[in-house]
Design a protein. Sequence first.
Length: 131
Amino acid sequence: FPESTIDVVKEGSATREVLVTLYTVQNVFPVNAGLAFYPIQTDLLGVYATGELTYNLFSNTVDYDNVPLNLSIPDPESDGKAGIGVGAGIDLDISILKCNLEVKYNIMNLVGKESGEKTKDYVTLSLGVCF
């Protein structure tokens, strides 16, 4: 996820004196296992539905620079949450190579979401080629 920049400013300063700039980043490490069901499969074409369960490890980091004061930042916590992915795809086998196109909707925090936490979801579009 993108980096966030937070300026900590001196209270009451008319010139907006920045005491320190914090940089926060959240990384996600997904581990997933799933199945694919092929209702249509021929020598040339395969159409499938896919579903998977995921375990997502969220790791947060906080960096800072230009620290003119004694600043103590606690180590960010890592957190794990369960999610799902559902999608569909097409395999196309033309004698020289096999192509694959898949679209999948993923929810990263379906289980373990805290009160008030927004759903973290995304769509993936994958294109593959096998020789």
